[in-house]
Design a protein around this ligand. Structure first.
Ligand SMILES: Cc1ncc(COP(=O)(O)O)c(C=O)c1O
Length: 391
Protein backbone atom coordinates (compact mmCIF):
# COMPACT_ATOMS: atom_id res chain seq x y z
CA UNK A 1 0.00 0.00 0.00
CA UNK A 2 1.34 3.40 -0.88
CA UNK A 3 1.16 6.15 1.71
CA UNK A 4 -2.35 7.26 2.61
CA UNK A 5 -2.56 10.60 4.46
CA UNK A 6 -5.42 10.49 6.96
CA UNK A 7 -4.43 13.51 9.04
CA UNK A 8 -6.41 16.16 7.17
CA UNK A 9 -7.57 17.84 10.39
CA UNK A 10 -3.92 18.75 10.98
CA UNK A 11 -3.53 20.27 7.55
CA UNK A 12 -4.25 19.74 3.85
CA UNK A 13 -2.19 20.29 0.68
CA UNK A 14 -2.71 23.47 -1.33
CA UNK A 15 -5.15 22.72 -4.15
CA UNK A 16 -3.86 23.27 -7.69
CA UNK A 17 -6.76 25.67 -8.47
CA UNK A 18 -5.82 27.69 -5.39
CA UNK A 19 -2.14 27.90 -6.29
CA UNK A 20 -3.07 28.91 -9.82
CA UNK A 21 -5.36 31.69 -8.59
CA UNK A 22 -2.64 32.98 -6.26
CA UNK A 23 0.32 32.97 -8.66
CA UNK A 24 -0.40 36.29 -10.45
CA UNK A 25 -0.49 38.10 -7.10
CA UNK A 26 2.88 36.71 -6.06
CA UNK A 27 4.56 37.66 -9.33
CA UNK A 28 2.94 40.05 -11.79
CA UNK A 29 0.50 41.93 -9.53
CA UNK A 30 2.74 42.21 -6.52
CA UNK A 31 1.60 45.67 -5.44
CA UNK A 32 0.81 46.94 -1.98
CA UNK A 33 -2.97 47.48 -1.77
CA UNK A 34 -2.40 50.79 0.02
CA UNK A 35 -0.30 52.26 -2.82
CA UNK A 36 -1.96 54.92 -4.97
CA UNK A 37 -0.81 53.73 -8.37
CA UNK A 38 -1.94 51.12 -10.84
CA UNK A 39 0.23 48.35 -9.40
CA UNK A 40 -1.24 48.98 -5.95
CA UNK A 41 -4.76 49.33 -7.29
CA UNK A 42 -4.62 45.93 -8.97
CA UNK A 43 -3.69 44.41 -5.62
CA UNK A 44 -6.42 46.38 -3.84
CA UNK A 45 -9.00 45.18 -6.37
CA UNK A 46 -7.94 41.55 -5.89
CA UNK A 47 -8.17 41.94 -2.11
CA UNK A 48 -11.63 43.52 -2.36
CA UNK A 49 -12.78 40.74 -4.65
CA UNK A 50 -11.44 38.05 -2.28
CA UNK A 51 -13.16 39.77 0.65
CA UNK A 52 -16.49 39.91 -1.19
CA UNK A 53 -16.25 36.22 -2.13
CA UNK A 54 -15.52 35.14 1.46
CA UNK A 55 -18.38 37.35 2.69
CA UNK A 56 -20.76 35.72 0.19
CA UNK A 57 -19.92 32.21 1.44
CA UNK A 58 -20.40 33.30 5.04
CA UNK A 59 -23.50 35.40 4.45
CA UNK A 60 -21.76 38.42 5.99
CA UNK A 61 -20.91 41.87 4.60
CA UNK A 62 -17.53 42.41 2.96
CA UNK A 63 -16.69 44.86 5.75
CA UNK A 64 -17.16 42.09 8.31
CA UNK A 65 -14.24 40.07 6.94
CA UNK A 66 -10.82 40.46 8.59
CA UNK A 67 -8.01 38.53 6.91
CA UNK A 68 -5.63 37.05 9.49
CA UNK A 69 -2.57 34.79 9.59
CA UNK A 70 -4.74 31.76 10.35
CA UNK A 71 -7.09 30.20 12.85
CA UNK A 72 -4.92 30.96 15.86
CA UNK A 73 -4.85 34.67 15.10
CA UNK A 74 -8.57 34.77 14.29
CA UNK A 75 -9.34 33.14 17.65
CA UNK A 76 -6.99 35.50 19.50
CA UNK A 77 -8.53 38.52 17.78
CA UNK A 78 -12.09 37.49 18.65
CA UNK A 79 -11.45 36.32 22.17
CA UNK A 80 -9.23 39.19 23.23
CA UNK A 81 -10.62 41.87 20.91
CA UNK A 82 -14.34 41.55 21.66
CA UNK A 83 -14.13 41.29 25.48
CA UNK A 84 -11.47 44.01 25.77
CA UNK A 85 -13.56 46.38 23.62
CA UNK A 86 -16.57 45.62 25.83
CA UNK A 87 -14.54 46.11 29.00
CA UNK A 88 -13.33 49.50 27.74
CA UNK A 89 -16.93 50.57 27.10
CA UNK A 90 -17.85 49.43 30.59
CA UNK A 91 -15.02 51.60 31.88
CA UNK A 92 -16.85 54.64 30.53
CA UNK A 93 -15.41 57.96 29.45
CA UNK A 94 -12.23 57.58 31.50
CA UNK A 95 -11.32 54.64 29.28
CA UNK A 96 -10.49 52.37 32.19
CA UNK A 97 -10.83 48.66 31.53
CA UNK A 98 -13.64 47.16 33.58
CA UNK A 99 -13.21 43.41 33.31
CA UNK A 100 -16.24 41.25 32.61
CA UNK A 101 -17.14 37.59 32.10
CA UNK A 102 -16.52 35.19 29.21
CA UNK A 103 -17.80 31.66 28.64
CA UNK A 104 -16.14 28.79 26.82
CA UNK A 105 -15.71 25.00 27.15
CA UNK A 106 -12.82 22.75 28.24
CA UNK A 107 -12.52 21.05 24.81
CA UNK A 108 -11.47 24.08 22.78
CA UNK A 109 -8.30 24.46 20.72
CA UNK A 110 -5.31 25.86 22.60
CA UNK A 111 -5.63 29.18 20.76
CA UNK A 112 -9.02 29.61 22.46
CA UNK A 113 -8.08 28.24 25.88
CA UNK A 114 -4.88 30.29 26.09
CA UNK A 115 -6.58 33.49 24.89
CA UNK A 116 -9.24 33.10 27.57
CA UNK A 117 -6.51 32.36 30.14
CA UNK A 118 -4.79 35.60 29.06
CA UNK A 119 -7.97 37.62 29.69
CA UNK A 120 -8.19 36.08 33.13
CA UNK A 121 -4.50 36.41 34.03
CA UNK A 122 -3.68 39.84 32.61
CA UNK A 123 -6.99 41.70 32.65
CA UNK A 124 -8.83 40.06 35.55
CA UNK A 125 -11.78 38.70 33.56
CA UNK A 126 -13.99 36.00 35.08
CA UNK A 127 -14.21 32.82 33.02
CA UNK A 128 -16.74 29.99 33.03
CA UNK A 129 -15.80 26.73 31.34
CA UNK A 130 -19.06 24.90 30.67
CA UNK A 131 -18.54 21.13 30.96
CA UNK A 132 -19.26 18.80 28.04
CA UNK A 133 -20.89 15.36 28.13
CA UNK A 134 -19.26 12.01 27.37
CA UNK A 135 -19.63 12.67 23.62
CA UNK A 136 -18.11 16.17 23.84
CA UNK A 137 -21.46 17.88 23.35
CA UNK A 138 -22.16 21.21 24.99
CA UNK A 139 -25.70 21.76 26.24
CA UNK A 140 -27.31 25.04 25.21
CA UNK A 141 -29.09 25.16 28.58
CA UNK A 142 -25.80 24.80 30.45
CA UNK A 143 -24.37 27.68 28.41
CA UNK A 144 -27.34 29.95 29.05
CA UNK A 145 -27.31 29.05 32.76
CA UNK A 146 -23.67 30.13 32.95
CA UNK A 147 -24.45 33.65 31.72
CA UNK A 148 -24.09 36.62 34.03
CA UNK A 149 -25.16 40.23 33.70
CA UNK A 150 -21.61 41.07 32.68
CA UNK A 151 -21.04 38.24 30.14
CA UNK A 152 -19.53 39.84 27.03
CA UNK A 153 -18.66 36.77 24.92
CA UNK A 154 -19.36 33.07 24.51
CA UNK A 155 -16.73 31.23 22.45
CA UNK A 156 -17.52 27.67 21.32
CA UNK A 157 -15.89 25.33 18.83
CA UNK A 158 -18.40 24.47 16.09
CA UNK A 159 -16.71 21.09 15.46
CA UNK A 160 -14.03 19.57 17.67
CA UNK A 161 -10.62 18.94 16.12
CA UNK A 162 -9.86 15.77 18.06
CA UNK A 163 -13.11 13.82 18.12
CA UNK A 164 -15.16 15.58 15.43
CA UNK A 165 -18.19 16.31 17.62
CA UNK A 166 -20.42 19.01 16.11
CA UNK A 167 -22.27 21.46 18.36
CA UNK A 168 -25.75 22.81 17.74
CA UNK A 169 -24.44 26.23 16.80
CA UNK A 170 -27.81 27.56 15.60
CA UNK A 171 -29.53 26.71 18.90
CA UNK A 172 -26.69 28.28 20.88
CA UNK A 173 -26.79 31.44 18.78
CA UNK A 174 -30.58 31.75 19.10
CA UNK A 175 -30.44 31.37 22.88
CA UNK A 176 -27.62 33.90 23.17
CA UNK A 177 -29.22 36.42 20.84
CA UNK A 178 -32.24 36.56 23.17
CA UNK A 179 -29.87 37.51 25.96
CA UNK A 180 -27.83 39.88 23.77
CA UNK A 181 -24.56 38.02 24.32
CA UNK A 182 -22.32 37.66 21.24
CA UNK A 183 -21.37 34.15 20.10
CA UNK A 184 -17.96 33.43 18.58
CA UNK A 185 -17.63 30.15 16.70
CA UNK A 186 -14.27 28.50 16.09
CA UNK A 187 -15.26 26.93 12.76
CA UNK A 188 -11.73 25.96 11.70
CA UNK A 189 -12.61 22.25 11.52
CA UNK A 190 -16.15 22.77 10.27
CA UNK A 191 -15.17 24.47 7.00
CA UNK A 192 -15.87 22.27 4.00
CA UNK A 193 -18.10 19.92 6.00
CA UNK A 194 -20.81 22.07 7.61
CA UNK A 195 -22.69 25.21 6.67
CA UNK A 196 -20.88 28.40 7.62
CA UNK A 197 -23.84 30.64 6.79
CA UNK A 198 -24.34 33.43 9.31
CA UNK A 199 -27.98 33.57 8.25
CA UNK A 200 -28.52 29.91 9.09
CA UNK A 201 -26.33 29.81 12.19
CA UNK A 202 -26.77 33.29 13.66
CA UNK A 203 -23.26 33.71 15.08
CA UNK A 204 -21.64 37.11 15.65
CA UNK A 205 -18.04 36.10 14.93
CA UNK A 206 -16.43 33.13 13.17
CA UNK A 207 -12.82 31.90 12.88
CA UNK A 208 -11.54 30.05 9.82
CA UNK A 209 -8.13 28.71 8.75
CA UNK A 210 -7.19 28.35 5.08
CA UNK A 211 -4.86 25.40 5.44
CA UNK A 212 -7.64 23.04 6.52
CA UNK A 213 -9.43 23.53 3.17
CA UNK A 214 -6.66 23.59 0.58
CA UNK A 215 -5.31 27.14 0.97
CA UNK A 216 -1.80 27.83 2.29
CA UNK A 217 -0.84 27.72 5.95
CA UNK A 218 -0.75 31.20 7.45
CA UNK A 219 -4.06 32.30 5.90
CA UNK A 220 -7.30 32.77 7.79
CA UNK A 221 -10.31 34.93 8.47
CA UNK A 222 -12.20 36.36 11.38
CA UNK A 223 -15.72 37.20 10.25
CA UNK A 224 -17.20 39.62 12.74
CA UNK A 225 -20.46 41.50 12.39
CA UNK A 226 -19.99 45.23 12.14
CA UNK A 227 -22.05 46.00 15.22
CA UNK A 228 -19.64 44.08 17.48
CA UNK A 229 -16.93 46.37 18.93
CA UNK A 230 -13.47 44.90 18.41
CA UNK A 231 -10.15 46.05 19.85
CA UNK A 232 -7.24 45.16 17.50
CA UNK A 233 -4.27 43.01 18.45
CA UNK A 234 -1.96 44.40 15.76
CA UNK A 235 -1.52 48.17 15.66
CA UNK A 236 0.01 50.05 12.78
CA UNK A 237 -1.09 51.32 9.40
CA UNK A 238 -4.79 50.71 9.99
CA UNK A 239 -5.35 48.03 7.36
CA UNK A 240 -8.46 45.85 7.53
CA UNK A 241 -10.45 48.87 8.77
CA UNK A 242 -8.09 49.29 11.67
CA UNK A 243 -8.82 45.82 12.99
CA UNK A 244 -5.60 44.17 11.78
CA UNK A 245 -2.68 46.34 10.72
CA UNK A 246 0.07 45.12 8.43
CA UNK A 247 0.44 44.99 4.65
CA UNK A 248 -2.15 42.51 3.46
CA UNK A 249 -1.25 39.05 2.14
CA UNK A 250 -3.07 39.62 -1.15
CA UNK A 251 -2.16 36.27 -2.68
CA UNK A 252 -3.10 34.55 0.58
CA UNK A 253 -6.49 36.26 0.60
CA UNK A 254 -7.11 35.24 -3.02
CA UNK A 255 -6.07 31.67 -2.19
CA UNK A 256 -8.28 31.60 0.89
CA UNK A 257 -11.31 32.88 -1.02
CA UNK A 258 -10.75 30.39 -3.85
CA UNK A 259 -10.36 27.44 -1.47
CA UNK A 260 -13.40 28.43 0.60
CA UNK A 261 -15.60 28.82 -2.49
CA UNK A 262 -14.52 25.43 -3.83
CA UNK A 263 -15.06 23.76 -0.45
CA UNK A 264 -18.50 25.34 -0.16
CA UNK A 265 -19.51 24.29 -3.68
CA UNK A 266 -18.47 20.69 -2.95
CA UNK A 267 -19.60 20.60 0.67
CA UNK A 268 -22.99 18.88 0.59
CA UNK A 269 -21.92 16.16 -1.84
CA UNK A 270 -18.56 15.61 -0.11
CA UNK A 271 -20.12 15.35 3.35
CA UNK A 272 -22.59 12.71 2.21
CA UNK A 273 -19.99 10.72 0.28
CA UNK A 274 -17.24 10.86 2.90
CA UNK A 275 -19.75 10.40 5.74
CA UNK A 276 -20.81 7.07 4.24
CA UNK A 277 -17.17 5.97 3.95
CA UNK A 278 -16.58 7.06 7.55
CA UNK A 279 -19.57 5.07 8.82
CA UNK A 280 -18.41 1.91 7.06
CA UNK A 281 -14.85 2.42 8.36
CA UNK A 282 -16.01 2.95 11.94
CA UNK A 283 -18.27 -0.11 11.80
CA UNK A 284 -15.45 -2.26 10.45
CA UNK A 285 -12.94 -1.09 13.06
CA UNK A 286 -15.41 -1.63 15.92
CA UNK A 287 -16.24 -5.06 14.49
CA UNK A 288 -12.65 -6.23 14.02
CA UNK A 289 -10.89 -4.67 16.98
CA UNK A 290 -12.37 -5.80 20.32
CA UNK A 291 -10.61 -3.05 22.29
CA UNK A 292 -11.78 -0.24 19.97
CA UNK A 293 -14.12 2.38 21.31
CA UNK A 294 -15.40 5.32 19.24
CA UNK A 295 -14.73 8.73 20.79
CA UNK A 296 -16.97 11.71 20.16
CA UNK A 297 -20.64 11.87 19.25
CA UNK A 298 -21.78 8.83 17.23
CA UNK A 299 -24.25 10.94 15.22
CA UNK A 300 -23.34 14.62 15.46
CA UNK A 301 -19.82 14.29 14.09
CA UNK A 302 -17.80 15.59 11.17
CA UNK A 303 -18.11 13.41 8.07
CA UNK A 304 -14.33 13.27 7.81
CA UNK A 305 -13.44 12.25 11.37
CA UNK A 306 -13.18 8.76 12.90
CA UNK A 307 -11.53 8.69 16.33
CA UNK A 308 -11.00 5.83 18.71
CA UNK A 309 -9.32 4.59 21.83
CA UNK A 310 -7.68 1.16 21.80
CA UNK A 311 -7.48 -0.04 25.41
CA UNK A 312 -4.30 -1.94 26.22
CA UNK A 313 -2.17 -0.14 23.62
CA UNK A 314 -0.31 3.13 23.43
CA UNK A 315 -1.68 5.48 20.79
CA UNK A 316 1.83 6.41 19.67
CA UNK A 317 2.76 2.74 19.16
CA UNK A 318 -0.39 2.15 17.09
CA UNK A 319 0.49 5.18 14.94
CA UNK A 320 3.96 3.81 14.24
CA UNK A 321 2.54 0.42 13.27
CA UNK A 322 0.00 2.12 11.02
CA UNK A 323 2.69 4.17 9.34
CA UNK A 324 4.69 1.00 8.65
CA UNK A 325 1.56 -0.18 6.87
CA UNK A 326 1.30 3.01 4.83
CA UNK A 327 -1.32 4.89 6.87
CA UNK A 328 -0.48 8.31 8.30
CA UNK A 329 -2.78 9.46 11.10
CA UNK A 330 -2.43 11.10 14.51
CA UNK A 331 -3.21 10.72 18.17
CA UNK A 332 -5.25 13.89 18.38
CA UNK A 333 -4.37 17.46 17.61
CA UNK A 334 -1.11 18.17 15.84
CA UNK A 335 -0.22 20.62 18.60
CA UNK A 336 -0.52 17.99 21.31
CA UNK A 337 1.17 15.25 19.28
CA UNK A 338 4.47 14.20 20.77
CA UNK A 339 3.59 15.45 24.24
CA UNK A 340 3.08 12.87 26.95
CA UNK A 341 0.07 14.65 28.36
CA UNK A 342 -3.24 12.93 27.70
CA UNK A 343 -5.60 15.01 25.55
CA UNK A 344 -7.52 17.69 27.46
CA UNK A 345 -10.48 16.99 25.18
CA UNK A 346 -10.69 13.30 26.08
CA UNK A 347 -10.21 14.05 29.78
CA UNK A 348 -13.03 16.61 29.69
CA UNK A 349 -15.26 13.90 28.16
CA UNK A 350 -14.62 11.76 31.25
CA UNK A 351 -12.20 9.34 29.59
CA UNK A 352 -9.57 8.08 32.07
CA UNK A 353 -6.00 9.36 31.47
CA UNK A 354 -4.68 5.85 30.80
CA UNK A 355 -7.31 5.20 28.13
CA UNK A 356 -6.84 8.69 26.68
CA UNK A 357 -3.20 7.77 25.94
CA UNK A 358 -4.45 5.12 23.51
CA UNK A 359 -6.31 7.57 21.23
CA UNK A 360 -5.93 7.53 17.45
CA UNK A 361 -7.67 9.93 15.07
CA UNK A 362 -8.26 9.41 11.34
CA UNK A 363 -9.28 12.51 9.39
CA UNK A 364 -10.21 12.06 5.75
CA UNK A 365 -9.70 14.21 2.67
CA UNK A 366 -12.83 15.67 1.06
CA UNK A 367 -12.07 13.98 -2.27
CA UNK A 368 -12.23 10.43 -0.84
CA UNK A 369 -14.29 8.06 -3.00
CA UNK A 370 -13.31 4.46 -2.19
CA UNK A 371 -14.09 2.53 1.01
CA UNK A 372 -11.32 2.28 3.60
CA UNK A 373 -11.62 -1.43 4.32
CA UNK A 374 -7.88 -1.94 3.83
CA UNK A 375 -7.18 0.81 6.39
CA UNK A 376 -9.54 -0.81 8.88
CA UNK A 377 -7.65 -4.07 8.35
CA UNK A 378 -4.36 -2.23 8.91
CA UNK A 379 -5.82 -0.86 12.16
CA UNK A 380 -6.70 -4.41 13.23
CA UNK A 381 -3.17 -5.65 12.50
CA UNK A 382 -1.50 -2.60 14.12
CA UNK A 383 -3.52 -2.85 17.32
CA UNK A 384 -2.87 -6.59 17.52
CA UNK A 385 0.87 -5.98 17.06
CA UNK A 386 1.14 -3.63 20.05
CA UNK A 387 -1.57 -4.84 22.43
CA UNK A 388 -0.63 -5.85 25.93
CA UNK A 389 -2.54 -9.06 26.67
CA UNK A 390 -4.89 -8.97 29.64
CA UNK A 391 -5.37 -5.19 29.74
C1 LIG B 1 -10.40 23.91 16.06
C2 LIG B 1 -9.15 24.64 15.68
N1 LIG B 1 -9.00 25.95 15.97
C3 LIG B 1 -7.91 26.64 15.63
C4 LIG B 1 -6.87 26.06 14.97
C5 LIG B 1 -5.66 26.90 14.64
O1 LIG B 1 -5.59 27.24 13.29
P1 LIG B 1 -4.15 27.60 12.65
O2 LIG B 1 -3.42 26.31 12.52
O3 LIG B 1 -4.49 28.21 11.31
O4 LIG B 1 -3.49 28.56 13.53
C6 LIG B 1 -6.95 24.70 14.65
C7 LIG B 1 -5.89 23.96 13.93
O5 LIG B 1 -4.76 23.97 14.12
C8 LIG B 1 -8.12 23.98 15.02
O6 LIG B 1 -8.24 22.68 14.75
Amino acid sequence: MSMLYLDNAATTPVRPEVLEAMMPYLTRWYGNPSSHHTVGEAAADALADARARVARVLGLRAGDIVFTSGGTEANNLAIKGIPVAAALRRGGAVGALRPAHVVTTPIEHESVLESVAYLERVHGFAVTSVPVDQHARVSTDAVTQSLRDDTVLVSIGYANNEVGTVQDAAALAAALRERRVPLHLDAVQAAGWLTLSATELGYDAISLAGHKVGAPKGTGVLGVRGRIPLEPLLHGGGQERGRRSGTEDVAGAVGFATALELAEAERVEASARVGAIRDRFIARVLDRVPSARLTGDPVNRLAGTASFTFAGTSGEAVLLELERRGVVSSSGSACAAGSDEPSHVLLAMGIAPELAQTAVRFTFPRWLTAPLDAVADAVEASVAAVSTPGR
